[in-house]
Design a protein around this ligand. Sequence first.
Ligand code: PMP
Length: 285
Amino acid sequence: MGRLVYINGKFVKEEEAYISIFDRGFLFSDAIYEVTAVIDKKLVSWEGHLNRLRYSLSELNIKFSYSDEELFSIHKKLIVQNKINEGLVYLQISRGKAERDFAFPKPEVEPTIVLFTQIKNLINNPKINFGSKVISSPDLRWGRTDIKTVQLLYASIMKQKALDLGKDDVWFENNKLITEGSSNNTFIISNNGTLITRSLSTKILPGITRKSILEYAKKANFNIEEKPFTIEDTKNAKEAFSCSSTTFIMPVVEIDDCKIGSGTPGKHTLELRKLYIKNVRKELI
Ligand code: PMP
């Protein structure tokens, strides 16, 4: 039996969920999304995801009427009905269905809303023991990657290129500075133990995991610098990792065929991963 999903006010089986061919998400990528992790049947960093969702909607001027409470209760119902002990809830919202036209529909139409779940091993992810091997590539995405839109084609193409080369992921670079990964934010740990991550701007997604890591690391007295870094800095770093709701903290052990540190998941990275999981567990809802 297929999953239960949510579409435009209804809970239905995935086989019964359809949206129009005129949906602007399909025609123009005129849509945003969020993905929230689930641990022990509860949501991780829900407030952060909600705030970023509201930010993305407002930057694209999509008028969306659901309250925070309604969104929370839809998430909860899908978690229970689909028996998600550990996994993900995706929430996708497009501007809605309208005759094809670059201009936004007038009068405004109802946004399309879809939610679906995935079961995933987030804590005991076997990949953590090996770490991720990444390639670098120019960041050819659009200039507002701080908005969580569904325009993921370039990231998808480059992720596939990495896989075809026998690697795991891609880190994007703009003006010689790393922006972020295909679907994650990036950190390095310098030889003196400083945690370095690029500061927020329109060039990167303000990751919810990134934010929590910085908060917990600060409390644990890590030295932190929010500043840009290069591929060379990454090659010379002691450790590196990427972070996202779907992986939490993923050690990065190689970039462009060059080992980072010992070429195995770093000690501080694994310590931070434990710290992250311990702390988010306290804030599950
Ligand atoms: N950057 C990009 C481009 C992403 O797609 C993601 C994953 N949603 C992230 C960063 C990490 O964000 P978060 O920690 O909120 O999942």
